[in-house]
Design a binder for this molecule. Sequence first.
Ligand code: GDP
Length: 365
Amino acid sequence: PLTTGIVGLPNVGKSTLFNAITRAGAESANYPFCTIDPNVGVVDVPDERLQRIAEIVNPQRIIPTSFQFTDIAGLVKGASKGEGLGNQFLSHIREVDAIIHVVRCFEDDNITHVAGKVDPVSDIETINLELVMADLESVERRMDRVARAKKSGDKEAIQEHAVLEKLKKALAEGIPARQAGLDEEERERVKSLNLLTLKKVLYAANVGEEDVAQPDENPSVQQVKEFAAKEGAEVVTISAQLEAEIVELEGEERQQFLEDLGLESSGLDRLVAAAYRLLGLITYFTAGEKEVRAWTIRKGTKAPQAAGVIHSDFERGFIRAEVVAYEDLLQAGSMAQAREKGLLRSEGKEYVVNDGDIVHFRFNV
Ligand code: GDP
C-alpha cells in the first residue's frame, strides 16, 4: 500500500501525532503489517458513504479502507552529511510515496525549540535544505556515472544528463526538485534516483489547543500557509495533543467534543483526506450481505487492477465488472431497483473505476 512519511524537526509534535494515529488505528486490528513495523501506523479512512450504502444493503459488517503513515523521527540539521544517523533517516524517506511535514506553530516555554524560537518558515527551510542537499549529492553522483556514456554519444545518456543538469542547477540554489520545472517525461528519466524533494508534500501546522477553532489567527499558521501557497502545497492545521484526546472518544461523545471545540471533523480525519488527495487516491466499494467494504485505488485504475486490490485471483481471472455509481444506487434505493432502471452497468477490462463506484467483479478461478 501507499504510505506517507511524517517528517519535521525534533520537538514539533511528530511523536504525539503518530501516537494518536496508532491509537486511532488500533481499533481496526485487521492490518497485520502494522504490528511488524513499529514506525508504521494504520488508520481507517473516514467515509460517510459507507454508512449510506450499508443502510441500503444491510450487511453484517462494514469495513472501511485504511491509510498508512510512517514515522520518520530524527531528521535533524546535518542529516545530509550523515549527522545524527542522517543517512538512515533519509533512506526511510526514500521509501515513502509522499511527505507530511509537521511544523511547530504552538507556543510553550516548557518545550524547547531546537532553533530557540518558534519560526515555522525557517523550520521548514531547515528540513527542506537537508533533503535538497541529499538530492544534490544523488544527482551529482548520477551525473558522474552517465558522463562516459554521454561522451560516447549515447542518446539516452545525453537526455538524462540534460535533466540532471536542470536539477543540479535548481538544487544548488536550494530549490526542491518538485519545483525545478520538470515535465512528465523528464521526471520519468530520473525516477530511479527516487529523489526526496521530488515527492509530494503537505504541511501539518501543529497548533495549540487554544488555536484549533480559529487557526488562521495564529500568525505562525499564516506564515506556513503563505510558504505552502508558493509551491502549491496544502496545509492542514491540527493540534497533535488534542488529537490524542479525540481518538479516545467514540460516536456521540466524540461529536460533542468536536462541537465544543468548534470543529466539524478531527484533524486526523482532515489529514487523512488531504493525504489521500495528495497521493491521487480514490475509493470504490464492494457491497454484499456479508459486508460493505471500501477499497483504495489510484485515480485512473482500470477494473482488473482495481479487482487486484481485493485479491490477485480477481485480477488474473477478471471477466467483467458490474458497476453502479454511488449516487445512482442512492437514488434507486436498492440494488434490484438499480438493475431494473438500467443503472447497473456491465464493464470490461478497459473500464476506469470512478470514485464511489460500487462494484461486483465476475472472474474465473
Ligand atoms: P517530536 O520530537 O516532533 O516527535 O515531538 P513530540 O511529539 O515528542 O512533542 C514534543 C513536546 O511537545 C512533547 O512534550 C509534547 O507533549 C509537546 N506538544 C506536542 N504538541 C503540542 C501542542 O499542540 N501544544 C503544546 N503545548 N505542546 C505540544
